[in-house]
Design a protein around this ligand. Structure first.
Ligand code: GLV
Ligand code: MN
Ligand code: MN
Length: 412
């Protein structure tokens, strides 16, 4: 007999519990960088919610939280995993990440209330630094777990305040020497299903609430560092300057021009760091952060090369130099056809949609079958406070996830 706590929660009710955590009055929306006070509070909320559901909690050596539902104490093998992340972009919305975590908790409630007898263990997982907002490297937790990022590289990453990831990890109870590929955990997982707010307009256009993910664009981040001569804004004559801001500005416009010229490409500069960054100072260096995405990784590489070539020309024209550094590159992902097909059988009305957004499910796909569910976002806007999900759609997502999990836990 499976013990049942018979708790039921609505996804919107769970999200309401965390609505005040990490609000950002300056930017609007939420700023919940990994291991910030806000993200730590969210982790505590998740752990308490998991405990209240009699789940067994552990934080692994990469900082991923696992909450196991394994009432029959089955061997930890072929486990079904669901979950998402709790960190956010600066000034992000309420749903990117937390919707998948809240839906996982709501799904557990309906599995427990429905007396589902799992034949495989189930884990709810919360991945750290999915957005890469603090250390520049997206999906850092899952990339460490799979070994896609080496522990040495992760440990040396530095945030805007100069704190290394190794120091931050140690401060949060992790052993920096323990970071890295986790064969034991990977061998325990049979599949991963991540529910996520849709970050585009696919479901709006189709008039549906829930979709199944098909693929993720290849995407990456690059830093273009323009170096010139820092100097005084008042005393340096206009024709005696080596101002990297001008090369950076010209490059930003060319990112749009070159990105538009490639069918299906997305090319974005969302962050500029002028150094030292004073209003009466000609910058000595400007770092331009470039995000490029396309369904074909070769096209991504070619577009970045074209952007780098014009950036070098702009730098030369201003008496500056430019160096290009790849911060991350995530190849195109096609989710596991068998698992995706199974989700389609379980949810026959759900359309199949690709996405341009990166996810831990995309990283884990290299190791285990993964799939995604998307929930309609009526604004079609994401990475912004305007990201939104209607309560009935959030609950439909939680129900769809519970239906999928019940099937995966009980059918071969
Ligand atoms: C994360 O949401 C990304 O796509 O960058
Ligand atoms: Mn996300
Ligand atoms: Mn995101």
């Amino acid at each position: 007999m499976i013990e049942s706590t018979a708790r039921t929660s609505s996804v919107s009710g769970l999200l309401a519990e965390i609505a005040d955590i990490g609000t950002d009055s300056a930017r609007g929306g939420y700023s919940r960088p990994v291991y910030s006070a806000a993200e730590l509070e969210l982790r505590e909320w998740f752990i308490a919610a998991a405990r209240a559901r009699s789940l067994d909690i552990e934080q692994d050596r990469n900082g991923i939280i696992w909450a196991w539902w394994n009432p029959a104490r089955l061997p930890l093998t072929d486990a079904v995993v669901t979950g998402s992340h709790l960190d956010s972009v600066p000034g992000g919305g309420a749903f990117d990440g937390p919707l998948g975590v809240a839906s996982a908790l709501a799904a557990i409630d309906s599995l427990q209330a429905g007396s589902v007898v799992p034949e495989r263990p189930l884990a709810l997982a919360v991945f750290p630094e999915e957005e890469g907002s603090r250390y520049g490297l997206a999906c850092l937790g899952s990339q460490l777990m799979t070994g896609a990022v080496t522990p040495q590289r992760a440990a040396a990453l530095t945030d805007a305040d100069g704190t290394t990831f190794a120091d931050l990890a140690a401060r949060n109870g992790l052993d920096p020497a323990g970071l890295g590929r986790d064969d034991e955990r990977l061998s325990q997982i049979g599949c991963f299903v991540e529910l996520h707010v849709e970050q585009g307009r696919g479901l709006i256009d189709q008039g549906r609430a829930i979709a199944i993910g098909s693929s993720i664009l290849g995407h990456g981040r690059w830093r273009l560092s323009f170096s010139g001569q820092g100097n005084h804004a008042g005393t340096t004559l206009m024709d005696r300057r080596r101002d990297p801001m001008l090369a950076a500005a010209a490059t930003v416009l060319d990112v749009r021009r070159l990105g538009r010229a490639v069918d299906g490409a997305r090319a974005t500069v969302g962050k500029l760091d002028p150094i030292p960054g004073g209003s009466n100072v000609i910058a000595s260096r400007v770092d331009v952060w470039l995000d490029v995405r396309h369904s074909d990784d070769v096209v991504v590489a070619a577009l970045v090369a074209d952007i780098a070539a014009v950036a070098r020309e702009h730098a030369g024209a201003e008496g500056c130099s430019m160096t290009l550094t790849e911060a991350s590159m995530s190849p195109r992902v096609d989710f596991h056809p068998g698992l995706r097909g199974r989700l389609s059988d379980i949810l026959p009305d759900a359309p199949i949609l690709p996405t341009g957004a990166g996810h831990d499910a995309g990283v884990l796909k290299e190791e285990i079958p993964t799939a995604m569910l998307f929930v309609r976002n009526p604004t079609g806007i994401s990475h912004s406070p305007e990201e939104y999900v209607e309560d009935p759609d959030a609950d439909a997502g939680g129900d769809a996830l519970a239906t999928v999990l019940a099937n995966l836990l009980t059918q071969p």
